[in-house]
Design a protein. Structure first.
Length: 206
């Protein structure tokens, strides 16, 4: 699901601890998750854990960072990131994925929209509707013509980080999520416009 859609009006603490049942986690644990996924500088900029959050005043990338920190803090064994970092640049995306991969007892599943995510994965599963093949990136490059075609069609945006978190306040040309990029997700030749389904609002804010 598009995690950024689930940032709600309230305090930053409320947003970050929303998926933690029972007693809320202590502040050090909340801050550790924010640091791990790259959301700590944003937390400070907003005014700390007790700062009020207005979703419409955050960029798409900032909302994703809040949701990533919330998910990292949640006590669950399996994490599915489906377009959860599409508004972050590649370096910030790598940091967030690494934070989940290094969390003890966690299985991380990433629906990839950049080839770098596939390269980082222990195993890559390619499905075309009728067949599936699994292996490392290097193995699939050798064994799967479909994967080679998909890997060749994936974009890898370049450019300097816009802030310490790698957040682009307004999505621009060349960024996944700018409605000009595509995400390879099925048989060769079938692509889907990046971004949240059914979300016709500007990507840079509400």
């Amino acid at each position: 699901m598009p995690q950024e859609a689930y940032v709600f009006a309230g305090t930053l603490r409320d947003n970050l601890t929303y998926l933690c049942p029972g007693d809320p986690p202590p502040d050090p644990a909340v801050l550790d998750s924010a640091r791990a996924v790259g959301a700590y500088e944003l937390l400070l900029r907003l005014g700390g854990l007790d700062a009020a959050v207005t979703p419409g005043e955050l960029s798409a990338g900032e909302r994703q960072l809040v949701a990533l920190a919330r998910s990292h803090l949640a006590p669950v064994p399996d994490v599915l990131l489906d377009e959860a970092t599409c508004h972050l640049d590649p370096a910030a995306e790598a940091r967030a994925e690494r934070a989940f991969a290094e969390r003890a007892g966690t299985t991380l599943i990433v629906v990839a929209h950049r080839i770098s995510s596939a390269r980082r994965a222990d195993r890559v599963l390619v499905m075309d509707g009728t067949h599936a093949v699994c292996g490392t990136h290097d193995e699939l490059i050798r064994r799967s013509a479909l994967y080679r075609d998909l890997a060749g069609s994936w974009s890898e945006p370049a450019g300097a980080l816009r802030d310490a978190n790698g957040v682009h306040a307004v999505a621009g040309p060349g960024l996944a999520g700018d409605r000009g990029d595509v995400v390879a997700h099925g048989p060769v030749g079938q692509v889907q416009a990046a971004g949240d389904l059914g979300d016709a609002r500007p990507l840079g804010g509400e």
